[in-house]
Design a binder for this molecule. Structure first.
Ligand SMILES: Cc1cc2nc3c(=O)[nH]c(=O)nc-3n(C[C@H](O)[C@H](O)[C@H](O)COP(=O)(O)OP(=O)(O)OC[C@H]3O[C@@H](n4cnc5c(N)ncnc54)[C@H](O)[C@@H]3O)c2cc1C
Length: 567
């Protein structure tokens, strides 16, 4: 048997959700262990955050408009409204103060009130717009190390372990040294994020291969609304390495203006303040409008349209927007020039099916925090709330309960699978080629979907599984920092997650928010305001739906044309 580390709570993932889960579980007196595929606070998508929407919602009449923003425009009625209210109270009472105690600087007025960007949903930034994520994550990282919490960085969890009934731990590959080990935990929190690199252009980073979705699927957890996949429409086209650089359409700091999108003929087709003033994160409306330009031949998904701030006095943009630096780095003038954009596969609103009161899944012992859950689109504030809820619930259960032994057979089987990919030959398929193919398949599935495209994507994914995976072979069998080996493991996660996403999309027979099918071009609130759930049990795919209660806000129409709905 490989080395086994024992802990009360295992936290998998070092973004905003995972770091808060670790700190809150440790506050409850639990022994916590953390495993992160990248570095804590420097991997995943938490570092990209700029605006921190102040989800200060309640059921009071004056606050209902903010609840409407969360429910209608941010989650398209696919969130739990009671969760939004609890999360809003956390944002109001704890989130900013907690971070202030760790050393994050927020501007406050003479009365001590936080100074926010004035818009329908006020937003706060840690520093000049664009720097909130790195600052917050750096403070949380320091705090975790200051407390001496055991951390395994640059180590990937490869599987969840069960005793047949509950999740009892996980297996880990330390890819710096090629060491494989296991962790026995009373409670396990998955927090591997929702921005995965699953399409040719994506906001997800190298290590984000949807491992959390795949590992949960393999132990029989349910996945809900995976098809509710957001896209960015105003990310920089070139150079490719800048593809996740977002030219924000959101209300801008220091001005009442918002950025604009122009087609190849110079016609403006989108600006937030004109076209979706109800939504401060208006990416779903941006791409809906872009789809019309693409159809008219005035833009492509990968270029031929532009974003600009040239209608705003350049001194304001330079003073308040970190994006202004992009223009100068490219030798452009932010007061005159526009930058060509392309779409990128962005965050998934759906994820693992969780109960939002304790962030617990249907599998005892398994909790989920942050973007990986199915209950809310995300954001550094909301996922921090999830981290707190999951951390506290998992710690309380662990302190009260006993630890179960790990199955030697299951650990050995996983070791065999992981080391099975450590093989080299001259004529095999390099794992990166399989990854690129999967990303191409999901990119071709794209924004405008239908039954035919879903079937084509499913067939193509199955061909990768059948034809490429058995031939995967590495350039080197080194156990240390072998990125080809990691790629091979990533391929398996990506295939499972993409297949589940396609199947889930096929089941949803409507269009909503970021999800558009041209064979069902209407929002169907009567039948699809629900969790659309898939799972795989003994190799067999299952599906079911679960209604989402609407205690405070309901859409006015039971059904309306997709392009006419304002959300
Ligand atoms: C480009 C971009 C801009 C954004 N802008 C904003 C914004 O302005 N404001 C805002 O509030 N939100 C913003 N968001 C959303 C916000 O960043 C996310 O909702 C939030 O950070 C998700 O946090 P998380 O902890 O769930 O996941 P992540 O931050 O993605 O963290 C995932 C963690 O899991 C680890 N991991 C993955 N696989 C494994 C494995 N197998 N084993 C161990 N560890 C693993 C990763 O290394 C990483 O540490 C933005 C997102 C993106 C992509």
């Amino acid at each position: 048997m490989v080395d086994v580390i024992e802990t009360d709570v295992l936290v998998i993932g070092g973004g905003a959700a995972g770091t808060n889960a670790v700190l809150k579980a440790a506050d409850r007196g639990a022994k916590v262990t953390m495993v992160v595929k990248g570095l804590i606070g420097k991997s995943g998508c938490s570092i990209f955050a700029s605006h921190l929407p102040y989800h200060d919602v309640s059921t009071k009449e004056k606050d209902l408009d903010r609840l409407r923003y969360s429910v209608r425009y941010y989650n398209h009625y696919l969130t739990d409204q009671e969760y939004c209210i609890r999360m809003g109270a956390y944002m109001r009472n704890e989130f900013f103060g907690d971070l202030e105690r760790l050393g994050v600087y927020w501007r406050r007025d003479a009365q001590g009130r936080l100074m926010a960007i004035t818009s329908r949903v006020p937003a706060i930034v840690a520093h000049k717009q664009g720097a909130s994520g790195p600052i917050i994550m750096d403070k949380r990282r320091r705090e975790i190390f200051r407390r001496g919490i055991p951390v395994y960085e640059e180590c990937a969890v490869t599987s969840l372990l069960t005793d047949g009934e509950r999740v009892v731990g996980a297996t880990v590959l330390d890819y710096r040294r090629g060491k494989f080990f296991a962790i026995a935990a009373k409670s396990t929190i998955l927090a591997t994020g929702h921005s995965d690199y699953l399409a040719t252009r994506a906001t997800g980073t190298r290590e984000q291969s949807a491992d959390g979705i795949a590992m949960a699927l393999r132990v029989g957890a349910e996945l809900a609304n995976l098809e509710i996949q957001w896209w960015h429409a105003s990310d920089v086209l070139e150079p490719k390495a800048w593809m996740r650089f977002h030219l924000y359409p959101n209300p801008l700091m220091g001005t009442q203006e918002t950025s604009r999108l122009y087609n190849s003929q110079g016609e403006m087709f989108y600006e937030q303040k004109t076209h979706s003033s109800g939504s401060s994160a208006p990416y779903t409306e941006q791409i809906r409008r872009l789809s019309r330009e693409v159809l008219a031949g005035k833009a492509r998904w990968d270029g031929g349209y532009y974003s600009g701030y040239d209608h705003i006095p350049p001194e304001i943009t330079k003073a308040h927007q970190h994006q202004a630096k992009v223009w100068s780095k490219l030798g452009l003038d932010v007061g005159k020039d526009r930058i060509e954009c392309g779409i990128t596969w962005h965050m998934r609103q759906g994820g693992i099916n969780v109960d939002t009161e304790r962030m617990e899944t249907k599998l005892p012992g398994l909790y989920v925090a942050g973007g990986l859950g199915c209950h809310y689109l995300g954001g550094v504030g909301p996922v921090s709330y999830d981290g707190k809820v999951a951390g506290e619930a998992a710690a309380d259960a662990a302190v009260a309960g006993g630890r179960k032994p790990l199955s030697e057979q299951a650990v050995a089987a996983e070791e065999g699978r992981v080391f099975g990919f450590l093989r080299a030959s001259g004529d095999g398929v390099r794992p990166i080629q399989a990854k690129l193919r999967i990303r191409e398949i999901m990119w071709e599935l794209g924004y405008v979907k239908n039954e035919q495209k879903f079937n084509a994507a499913l067939d193509a994914l199955q061909a990768v599984r059948r034809e490429l995976v058995p031939q995967l072979s590495l350039q080197s069998t080194s156990r240390s920092w072998n990125t080809g080996w990691m790629d091979a493991l990533d391929v398996c996660s990506m295939l499972d997650a993409c297949e589940a996403t396609v199947r889930s999309g096929m089941n949803r027979k409507e269009s909503r928010g970021p999800f558009y099918r041209d064979d069902y071009p209407y929002v169907d609130n009567e039948n699809w305001m629900c969790r659309n759930i898939v799972s795989r049990v003994n190799g067999e795919w299952r599906s079911r739906t679960q209604p989402i209660p609407t205690p405070y806000l309901t859409p006015e129409k039971s059904r309306e044309p997709f392009f006419e709905a304002d959300y």
